[in-house]
Design a protein around this ligand. Sequence first.
Ligand SMILES: [Fe+2]
Length: 313
Amino acid sequence: MTTLYFDTHLADDERRHRLYSGDVFVYSPRPSTRALTAHARELIEEAFRPLDPQQAQESLPVERFIEIVGPLKPRFIHHPRTLELLLDLLRDLGADMEKTYFDVPRMRVATSGGYLTAGVAYVLHPHRDIWYSSPPCQLNWWLPVYPFESESSFAFHPRYWNEPVKNSSDEYNHYQWNKVGRANAAKEVKADTRRQPKPLEPLELEPEIRVVCPPGGLILFSGAHLHSTVPNTSGRSRFSIDFRTAHLDELASIGGAPSLDRRCTGTTLFELRRASDLSPVPEEIIRLYDPSPPEDREGLVYKPPAAVVPAGM
Ligand SMILES: [Fe+2]
């Protein structure tokens, strides 16, 4: 059973416990979430000006759209204000800053009507985030920047919370992905050729759960949930931001959600930072997830290209 909690009073320990049972937590917009999405909106609007970002796909050739979104994403990731606002949000939502590790927030664009479905706007097939080398205790924090509807949302497939799915995660190595995969995203226009872990059997995707909340609302869920992007037919591009966290207690005990069918290699833990002081995940904990990480740490962590402000914008 998947329970949806709205604006819960539960503290972080109890909330995590329920998230690891497949429950989903939804929060109404509040000052800390509004501040982060308002900041994202400003950067998006600055990049697309004078066009309305949600409608820009109607008047821009797809190559031009990519030219705008490509640099916009790292600009958001690297912006000093982004980090500040993310930490405010975690504090406000009751995270223990000493024990919570987070990675940089990403910005996603889901264009409408199949305008752009590869690379910078890749449409995600059904997947669990933990197939991408993240720990079973990973939590996903997802926030829409503009109003959206069911036709431009994402869906949970709760049937598979307790059931393994045949999948190709054994072909996924996170270090390899960082080296090759993401760096090529901006080059992918028509089809995405990056090797992603995928289900290898027909799935029963219904019943599915879609959660629709206002801009600045927050959907918090386990990275072990099978979920997929709904093909956007809303007529508008959807912009969202998301980031991941992991709690030291579950990292140390290799706890969290059930890990039924995860066979990827490498770990994302080199990318996480502690909320209180930005220190990395302790080496002994990382070794629980990858006993012999490569010596060359340079290649382990994805570094988004430096922020670029397009000329004339
Ligand atoms: Fe995902």
